[in-house]
Design a protein around this ligand. Sequence first.
Ligand code: WTA
Length: 647
Amino acid sequence: MVLQDKYAPNTNSAFEHYQAEHRLSIADTSAYWGEKAVTELDWFQGFDSVQQGGFLHGDVAWFVNGKLNTCYNCLDRWIEGRGDQTAILWEGDEPTDTKAITYRECLRKVCQISNALKAQGVKKGDCVTIYMPMMPEVSMVMLACARIGAYHSVIFAGFSADAIADRIEASGSKWVVTADEGLRGGKKLPLKAICDQAMAKDACRGVVEKCFVFARTSKTVNMETGRDVEFDSLVAAQRPYCPCEPMDSEDTLFILYTSGSTGKPKGVLHTVGGYSLYAKVTMKNSFDLKEDGSDVYACVADAGWITGHTYIVYGPLLNGTTTFMFESTPMYPDHGRYWDMVERHKINIFYTAPTAIRSLMRFGDDAPNKYDLSSLRILGTVGEPINPEAWRWYYEVIGRSNCAVADTYWQTETGGHVIANLPGAVPMKPGSCTLPCYGIDTVVLDPATGKELEGNCVEGVLAIKQPWPGMTRTCLGDHERYLTVYMKPYPGYYFPGDGCRRDEDGYIWITGRVDDVLNVSGHRIGTAEVESALVAHPAVSQAAVIGFPHEIKGEGIACYCTLTVGVEESDSLSKELKTAVRTAIGPFATPDLIIPTASLPMTRSGKIMRRVLRKIAAGESDQLGDVSTLADPTVVQVLIDKVEALQ
Ligand code: WTA
């Protein structure tokens, strides 16, 4: 091992312990997870077998016939001993707007929400759509669903009405929970009005029965009689205790829609037993949590993404820790907001994305240097490979070269971290997510042959060889798609869709998606979704959407659009097309470049040569490679000139 650089821990016994424990955990995953399930979770009824099924048939099940409740494990089990400890420490859009909610208070309110949902007809097995701002109630509604056995489908509050309608239609969700408005960076977001638009669409007609509306700003909003319910007063009128529904380990805890290679988002499904165990264990390990729950832990993601589900809500509460929730943006009221919060709340563990680090780094070191950041112990990063410059700034300027940086690789489908360095145990390398988590058997495959690449210094695609409890079990209503996307590309393995390199020390370096999924500011966006939004516009006859390197966002979105005959290109048309994408998906998917063109580089067999488009958008037109198979090679120079003019 040549890992003796300055990021190595002082002793290597911790590293040896990790290596030995990891070897054991994958030598017999059932023994490993079976023991963890018993020690880490409270069960109403024990399970008959630890694991059954496999990747080949997509019939994986964990803790078979066990009965438990995730909300019980998040709240009730901590009441004795930690009832008065803060469960949710919330900071609103204005730095002065803070709330500390204890485990006992949280349980009472979750029970009231549970009873309110039940009183309105929500039943075990129902799907509840949640479209809410980052107010404490978003976590509480998720927990209430878990308590009564309904499963939630949280939709990030940046999604458009069209996107909400698609998801409501796909899940058949009869129930929607929202708020009057959201508040972010001093701006108001009309969440109820957006829900109204979604519910009025054909796709949702006859689907939604009730829409429960929390007051965040107390603005008067449209309330449709018979459908819309003012939720705060209904909740307040409920009894603050509600029994937990005993759930089967393999019952659904939630679904979460995520982008894939086709235009239709997938409803990734997670289960009660396996997900809860995996969320708890990875949370504890990756952030080296103190057993007594005394850490103040802050993940500044949004609850609407998987990071928020696992590492704002479930992971921290399953561990009895204090979880910080943040409603605003890192730039409001100024770019020192994160560091101001670290000082004021004495945050010990801070978890964010490379894109946020890069955007704050631009302002220099003055802001972080103004604040006392000595409470910090661990810094986490997630969402995309972190570039070494951003890593160093995070480590040196934020962490004062005194904190471990945990680079956590995972995805919506994995439920929790699958590759990450254990702080203080696994030596760090800036830009590498390092080594697999316990119970995760990673391999690098040759993408062409599907054969495992042995040894170090190899490059290929990442795959996982054995089931783990946190893995998604299906795509809601479309098991075939689940098999096609994850299980069939490399039979016998789970395929996450990422390329990777294993270096001379066996460390994994993620090289990015190998499918048509973009990673824009850590948000997954399918190129097909953007393309279908563009071609829905009458001015566009064909669209090819590709990603290109972007300094802050990681990847930017470039849209090459062939215009309908007779349509002239103009700035106003480009603006209209950007709006079309915002309307179909949401503002976070706004294209960076719209490149109208008379034609696209096609092979003689009629396939768009995306490789060429990618190189042009990246400004690497000197490295186009062989373009001799193009039907019309002259189109290439035209596009190069257009992109240069735009950038
Ligand atoms: C990428 C977010 C490198 C990867 C939790 C993955 C990363 C996709 C990392 C999942 C990381 C996430 N290093 N790449 N630490 N974390 N990714 O589902 O391409 O929104 O497949 O989950 O983000 O995105 P998702």
